[in-house]
Design a binder for this molecule. Structure first.
Ligand code: F0G
Length: 337
């Protein structure tokens, strides 16, 4: 599979001779969700971004940010992260032979993401502070040291992530009335809107935040954001204005969903659609179920990260394992009862 830069080069800021750091990202499936469609009375499609190389949509932006960093001669990259950006940055840095430092809120990132960042050889710094504090610090750091910042304040990240909109348009023959998407630092909703605008499309952009981390909904930063969806535990999004513009210009909205609604959508997707995404991703579906999508006939939900990223939350939500003695009678009881 060719990577994004190769596939969409004419729409991205890369010349044919530029270095490309790719892991074959993008080209993720867009699958119909029949049970969900029935439930909300619209045709609902899910974009499975968990099938990117490191298991989240961040790879779309990272191939561009890291390729640009190499082009600029950078030796090292840095990011603040709730986990997925860290995993993606670490992988692409390993691929490019760059040093990578990731700063994450201590004790607040999912196990799979931490394992990825460490395995790819990043220096992982656990900050005694939340994502917002981490981002503020890395922005200062990158402005005074020769280290490329690969958070979504980096324009190349947005450029890469807009390709999600291109792929949705291709899969759905440009017929899409609304897009449901989780909002954390607000880079992805910004990127999708840019992609749709470039294609002349105007689906309603419906952004969903966790109720305990919903600054855009309240119109004011949240100092101590809290949610089970650790990926979007963010109180002061960097792309605040861009995200609000996307929602206003498209006739969309930003709304909150409770942790309970998120977890219920998370279980519903896994048990009725066969789709295992991480809790933050399920916020898009939770929002669709809770708030609807107006009169939209066709809706797409961006499922931003894979369920395997966060085995801890999954095991806490799932049913129990049955223990069994190794004889036929016991097996019969266990299987048939
Ligand atoms: N879903 C997942 C799985 C995420 O990891 C993120 C953000 C979002 C949604 C929200 O996207 O920030 O562009 O609005 N994760 C970042 C990180 C913050 O550090 O991995 P956004």
């Amino acid at each position: 599979m060719t990577g994004l830069i190769e596939r969409y080069r004419e729409r991205l800021p890369f010349a044919p001779e530029d270095p490309v750091v790719s892991l074959g990202e993008g080209s993720t499936p867009v699958v119909l969700a029949p049970a969900l469609s029935e439930r909300v009375g619209a045709e609902v499609w899910c974009k499975l971004e968990g099938l990117n190389p490191t298991g989240s949509f961040k790879d779309r932006g990272m191939t561009c940010a890291v390729s640009a960093a190499v082009r600029e001669g950078a030796q090292a990259i840095v990011c603040a992260s709730t986990g997925n950006t860290a995993a993606s940055a670490a992988a692409y840095a390993a691929r490019a032979g760059l040093r990578c430092v990731v700063i994450v809120p201590e004790g607040k990132i999912a196990t799979g993401k931490l394992a990825q960042a460490l395995m790819h050889g990043a220096r992982v710094i656990a900050l005694r502070g939340n994502f917002d504090v981490a981002l503020k610090l890395v922005r200062e750091l990158a402005s005074t040291h020769p280290i490329a910042l690969v958070n979504s304040v980096n324009e190349f990240r947005i450029e890469g992530q807009k390709t999600g909109a291109f792929e949705l348009a291709e899969a759905l023959d440009s017929e899409l009335d609304a897009l449901c998407i989780p909002v954390g630092n607000a880079g992805n909703i910004t990127a999708y809107w840019r992609g749709f605008e470039e294609l002349g499309l105007r689906p309603r952009m419906l952004g969903f935040q966790a109720a305990g981390a919903a600054p855009l909904v309240h119109g004011t930063p949240v100092e101590h954001p809290e949610t089970v969806a650790s990926a979007i535990r963010i109180g002061n999004p960097a792309r605040w204005e861009d995200a609000m513009n996307a929602m206003t210009a498209s006739g969309g909205a930003v709304r909150a969903v409770s942790d309970q609604q998120i977890l219920s959508a998370y279980r519903l997707l896994a048990s009725t659609e066969g789709i295992f995404c991480e809790p933050a991703s399920a916020a898009s579906v939770a929002g669709l179920i809770a708030h609807g999508a107006g009169d939209a006939r066709r809706v797409a939900c961006v499922l931003t990260g894979h369920g395997l990223k966060d085995p801890g939350t999954a095991l806490g939500e799932a049913g129990a394992v049955l223990s069994c003695d190794p004889d036929l009678a016991s097996i019969e009881r266990a299987v048939l009862e």
